[in-house]
Design a protein around this ligand. Structure first.
Ligand code: ADP
Ligand code: NI
Length: 214
């Protein structure tokens, strides 16, 4: 198979798997990350083939989506092998998606430009107009309120506190969304992030004004 066919087949496989996913990692999240990653890859001169496949596959081994991560990694490895992806590209792709999905305070800088681009594209989808929508959708799916004025807005809320419903969608802006702009790896992503960041600030300013009945 040529590269274009490999990407097309991978796209169809991922689309089928995630079409009805309900936790904010649905197919359209992947499609946006894929498109954004291509835009960034072109600007940053990254290897487009590795970037595209990594973007398409990046959530298939997320432990929020799969019960057995090792098995999921093996499935992706098998998929790439069978599609005829070279083992050197395959290893690069697996390393990228493993690093990106790794959570828990792991903020180490990714070394390859391909990994940086895919991580930036994933993070860009968490901010701006789409990011706001995903944030409220996620909070709704966990039974959290849109905002809770009884809880102070601070930056130290743990995942555990969120899960216990001690938080709100608006708190998540301070916990994570407003921090993402400064975590972008590439210049191209930082520029996009700055615009989306401002949009979120304007959005919350309007939100709090309305909250006060003004
Ligand atoms: P990623 O896309 O990096 O895997 P997550 O799985 O952490 O991100 O989150 C998926 C989406 O849900 C993101 O848009 C994120 O901002 C949002 N989200 C995650 N945790 C919360 C939360 N506690 N409250 C509101 N939104 C959240
Ligand atoms: Ni993602």
């Amino acid at each position: 198979m040529n590269n274009e066919m490999i990407i097309e087949d991978t796209k169809e496989m991922v689309r089928y798997k995630l079409l009805n996913e309900g936790s904010g990692h649905d197919w359209y999240h992947i499609e946006r990350v894929w498109k954004t990653a291509v835009t960034l890859a072109e600007k940053e001169n990254a290897d487009c083939f590795v970037v595209e496949l990594s973007a398409l596959l990046h959530d298939l081994i997320d432990d929020k989506l799969v019960s057995n991560k090792d098995e999921a990694v093996e499935e992706v490895r098998y998929w790439l092998d069978s599609a005829g992806v070279s083992s050197s590209d395959g290893e690069k792709i697996l390393e990228i998606i493993e690093n990106i999905s790794f959570k828990g305070g792991n903020n180490k800088k990714l070394h390859s430009i391909e990994a940086q681009v895919v991580q930036d594209a994933d993070r860009l989808d968490a901010i701006g107009a789409i990011g706001i929508a995903r944030c409220f959708a996620y909070a709704g799916s966990k039974g959290s309120p849109i905002f809770d004025p009884e809880v102070s807005v601070r930056e130290t809320m743990t995942e555990e506190e969120y899960r216990k419903g001690k938080s709100s969608a608006v708190h998540h802006f301070y916990e994570k969304l407003f921090k993402l702009k400064d975590l972008m790896n590439t210049k191209a992503a930082r520029e996009i992030a700055e615009e989306r960041h401002r949009f979120m600030e304007d959005y919350l300013a309007a939100f709090f004004k309305e909250w006060e009945g003004k």
